[in-house]
Write a protein of this length. Structure first.
Length: 362
């Protein structure tokens, strides 16, 4: 169910735009219809009032929580079931945030991500995206929504932008607190500036080396990292929000001194924040999480050289979830239609020139 389909249905019942907005606002804020001065009996057309219980039930049925996995850091990972039996992951974040999924699976195939191992199953509709926020609001306040869950938002652009518009206009969420995360896609840089709601942008960088980025993100658009940063800088200056560059720290792969020197050359002077996230280990994938002391030393080194760097930990490390792990474990009990890709014939070491990563922070 897409947001526009809900609006079309309401219009067919005689609703005007202000009636549509009220019903959607009540849903997305989880506030019920009987609040404020305009009660439904006095405000909504009779056909809309009569259909409202059914519409509410259908909205409630878009998504449901199958399991909750609270973590010591205050986050909670949620396995969310959709109407057709497929599942996605959402994360309740500390400080009133929620991370939502935009696809069931993902077609980019990032080699360090469990979600990417299964390929794309289907798109998540704009209604299902907003439903994840509603589910989160039934458990805690939500003032920030990040599109960093399962899927590549740029590959589901119409649904994601439709959800962002509703969240930013009727959802009581500041536009800068709607964070669109992407590996980089020309359509993103074309479409986002045109929207009524211009979200903040997070770009998955992960390396300064074109060949290594192509290996780690095999189906991402072939943006040279410098070109990606140039596009990000243009959007940052347009919106007034700094670009968030995402860098998953993979031990011995992208944490060497050569990468750090290149980061400084690439990002110094840019309107940007570098988020470094130590890898969330996935059993069966050939990547390791660097030690926390090493990660701290890397972040401190970059900060001292003029790069605004924030060291972040993937929420819920202690519950062994995220990056598709909850969904993958659930699939062992309930099969999910997946499109498996063949194992890689090369390794990260071959692409990086066998660099083993010896950075010590000195």
């Amino acid at each position: 169910m897409r947001i526009e389909a809900i609006r079309t249905r309401l219009r067919a019942l005689g609703a005007r735009p202000l009636h549509e907005d009220r019903i959607l606002r009540d849903w997305i804020r989880d506030s019920g219809h009987h609040h404020g001065r305009r009660r439904p009996d006095d405000f909504l057309p009779k056909p809309v009032r009569e259909a409202l219980p059914q519409i509410d039930a259908e909205l409630d049925g878009l998504a449901r929580i199958l399991s909750t996995h609270p973590a010591e850091d205050g986050s909670a990972r949620l396995l969310v079931g959709l109407h057709d039996g497929q599942t996605v992951e959402s994360v309740l974040l500390p400080r009133d945030g929620v991370c939502v999924s935009s696809q069931v699976g993902c077609a980019v195939g990032c080699r360090f991500c469990m979600t990417g191992q299964g390929g794309l199953v289907r798109q998540v509709t704009s209604g299902e995206i907003v439903a994840q926020v509603v589910l989160a609001r039934r458990r805690r306040p939500v003032k920030k929504v990040v599109f960093m869950g399962m899927g590549e938002p740029a590959h589901n652009l119409d649904n994601v932008l439709e959800a962002i518009e509703l969240l930013g206009i009727e959802g009581d969420i500041a536009h800068k607190n709607l964070v669109f995360s992407t590996v980089g896609d020309p359509r993103v840089f074309e479409r986002l500036p045109q929207g009524r709601v211009k979200p903040a942008l997070a770009l998955s960088l992960h390396t300064t080396k074109p060949a290594l980025r192509e290996y780690l993100l095999p189906r991402a658009p072939r943006f040279d990292p410098a070109e990606l940063v140039a596009e990000g800088e243009r959007y940052a200056r347009l919106t007034g929000y700094p670009i968030q560059y995402q860098w998953t720290l993979l031990d011995g792969v992208n944490d060497g001194q050569d990468e750090l020197d290149a980061i400084v050359g690439l990002l110094r002077g840019k309107y940007a924040v570098l988020n470094m996230i130590p890898y969330n280990t996935n059993p069966g994938l050939p990547y390791a999480r660097p030690g926390w002391d090493k990660a701290q030393a890397i972040a401190a080194h970059l900060f001292e050289r003029g790069i605004l760097t924030k060291l972040r930990d993937s929420a819920g490390q202690d519950v062994d979830g995220g990056c598709g792990q909850l969904r993958a474990r659930a699939a062992q009990d309930q099969p999910v239609r997946l499109h498996r890709r063949q194992p890689a014939e090369t390794s990260p070491a071959e692409v990086t020139g066998n660099y083993t990563g010896n950075y010590t922070g000195n």
